[in-house]
Design a protein around this ligand. Structure first.
Ligand code: GLY
Length: 446
């Protein structure tokens, strides 16, 4: 379900050993190729709509459905498939609330793991804003303003980068309340430190953790500009990334396990992928947010190093047989970068045509994952869809820097068109900056 780079990566993996059926919002060329290779069927339709997906699944007589995008999960695609007797793997609408309702999410976190929860306030009425903002001010905390619902990473604004003063936070929060009558806004203390993600694959009880990914959510080099769905990320080849300690990693794993156990005891078992967003701060590990699915682009780092076929992982989630004995990852560095239009995260006024020399890029060992773009008449020419991230490129290597250089070389030499990307993702300068930030955090901690 879905036509993004993440779904293209699923298709690539699943097409190795399964017959593939896909519902996608636009004709993602890699998904089309994978479906056709396996003799499956695809439909260009609204993959967020439960009835559309159900009709397609019934028509095709599918064996398993993997529901892993924010909107289908929030809309209850898993529920409708399950209630029709289809083996759907992914959070139910109630379980996926951990992503689609940020108020619910931070409240669970605060109840189960208060030590790791940043200071926050929930605003449901603009008249509360003055007093609540004053609490942050008196604690000398900068604020992150988050809409309650799904935003694709684009509605969250951070002080001072996007909201210079407390008054701007109040104005933005008030505008969100006006736009969503009856909704709420989350004010959270701004965390300083290192932002990273851990994805846990779970059958509702057991969880297997993917290696940690380091994220680059900001639009421009040096982590400047607006927040995005993610401009790229990397995974290191070692068990514990150099920016964290064993005990910090253990804390993150324990948090995610505790959340899953709490959801199970509350009668809302979560089956699927819990994507935990964390910060390493001067106070130790702090929670940022949960997604109820594999992150995009984070999973583009993870799938190429997943030793177990994704089809087996899906079956293990369904059969409730998830364990470290059945799911394993290769130890390899992995870097992914998104190409975007100049205007991104805003929509671009006109579609952009661009060219990809796939043969040359394959020769470099780099994988191309088309996202918000379609292929034109041959295998080289593409056109963007005016919104969202255009295409992702990913590489594996012994080191992060090597993988980063491979991706840069593939883009600079073999993608032609007016697209932009962050060269600094996984660069030596960036890795040095992360290391020095980690050292500073550890010094403050001790
Ligand atoms: N990269 C964050 C997300 O998938 O929402």
């Amino acid at each position: 379900m879905g036509g993004g780079a993440r779904e293209a990566a699923f298709a690539l993996n699943l097409s190795r050993d399964t017959q593939l059926y896909a519902v996608m919002s636009h004709k993602n060329p890699l998904i089309v190729d994978c479906v056709e290779k396996t003799g499956g069927i695809y439909a260009v339709a609204d993959s967020d709509d439960p009835h559309t997906v159900l009709d397609f699944a019934k028509k095709c007589g599918i064996d398993y459905a993997f529901v892993n995008a924010d909107q289908p999960l929030a809309n209850g695609v898993t529920d409708i498939l399950l209630s029709s007797g289809i083996r759907a793997v992914g959070g139910t609408q109630r379980a996926a609330k951990i992503e689609w309702d940020k108020v619910y999410s931070i409240e669970i976190m605060n109840r189960v793991c208060p030590r790791f929860t940043p200071f926050y306030r929930i605003v449901s009425d603009a008249s509360q804003l003055e007093g609540m903002i004053a609490e942050f001010e008196s604690r000398r905390l900068d604020i992150v303003v988050k809409p309650q619902g799904l935003t694709g990473g684009k509605g969250v604004k951070v002080m001072p980068e996007h909201l210079p003063a407390y008054g701007d936070c109040a104005d933005y929060a008030a505008s969100l309340l006006t736009a969503d009558p009856g909704g709420a806004v989350l004010l959270v203390e701004r965390l300083d430190g290192i932002e990273f993600t851990i994805m846990g694959i779970t059958d509702g009880e057991h969880m297997v953790f993917a290696p940690v990914t380091y994220d680059y959510p900001y639009r421009y080099e040096g982590d400047c500009g607006p927040g995005t769905g993610g401009m790229g990320c990397f995974v290191d080849s070692v068990d514990i990334p150099s920016f964290m300690t064993r005990s910090e990693l253990d804390d993150c794993h324990a948090i995610m396990q505790d959340i899953i156990h709490d959801m199970r005891s509350a009668g809302t078992p979560f089956v699927g992928v819990l994507n935990g967003g964390f910060f390493k701060t001067a106070r130790g590990i702090m929670f940022m947010e949960f997604n109820s699915r594999f992150g995009d682009p984070e999973v583009l780092n993870i799938l190429p190093i997943l030793r177990t076929p994704l089809s087996d992982v899906i079956v293990h989630m369904w059969n409730k047989t998830i364990s470290d004995d059945v799911i394993s990852f290769a130890r390899c560095a992995s870097v992914v970068k998104y190409l975007v239009a100049q205007e991104y995260p805003n929509p671009s006024p006109e579609p952009i045509e661009f060219e990809i020399d796939h043969d040359a890029i394959d020769g470099l060992g780099v994988t191309v994952y088309p996202a918000s773009s379609i292929r034109l008449d041959d295998k080289t020419h593409y056109r963007t869809l005016k919104k969202s991230r255009v295409v992702a490129l990913g590489a594996l290597a012994d080191t992060i820097e090597e993988a980063s250089s491979q991706v840069n070389m593939a883009i600079d030499s073999h993608v032609r068109g007016k697209l932009e990307y962050r060269k600094d993702i996984g660069s030596k300068e960036s890795l040095d900056a992360i290391e020095s930030c980690a050292r500073a955090m550890t010094r403050k901690l001790s």
